[in-house]
Write a new protein. Structure first.
Length: 128
């Protein structure tokens, strides 16, 4: 399978998924939330960053259905959604147990966690 890059800026996120938490980066200077994580706040430029644990609820802003090419270790099609989280940030995630015919814009989803191994737990999304 394809593993995500886990770097200094995103370590808190992956530590969160391993602990069953969906973490969003928050600027400690101005309070802006952001995803994906990065070293500096796009709003105020501050480097002082923390995080908060998201509710894990989101709605589908848009989606794609991946039918081709094959993905190692995956059964196709894969439904990938761009989600609006309750906290006001957007993130991309794999949607499970929702068929490519069923997925629709505005559908409420909730996060779940797919533990791959000791180092990696992926966030996945299910029908709310
Ligand atoms: Zn800021």
């Amino acid at each position: 399978m394809i593993r995500p890059m886990i770097g200094r800026d995103s370590a808190f996120f992956w530590e969160g998924t391993s602990a069953g938490e969906l973490r969003i980066q928050v600027c400690n200077a101005c309070g802006a939330k952001r995803f994906p994580p990065g070293p500096a706040c796009p709003d105020c430029g501050a480097l002082d960053r923390g995080f908060e644990v998201a509710s894990g609820k989101g709605t589908v802003f848009s989606y794609v259905v991946h039918r081709h090419p094959p993905v190692p270790g995956k059964e196709l099609p894969i439904v990938l959604a761009l989600l609006d989280l309750e906290e006001g940030v957007r993130m991309v995630g794999e949607v499970v147990d929702v068929s490519d015919e069923e997925i629709e814009i505005g559908m409420p989803l909730r996060v779940d966690f797919n533990r791959i191994d000791d180092e990696l737990t992926l966030p996945i999304w299910r029908k709310a």
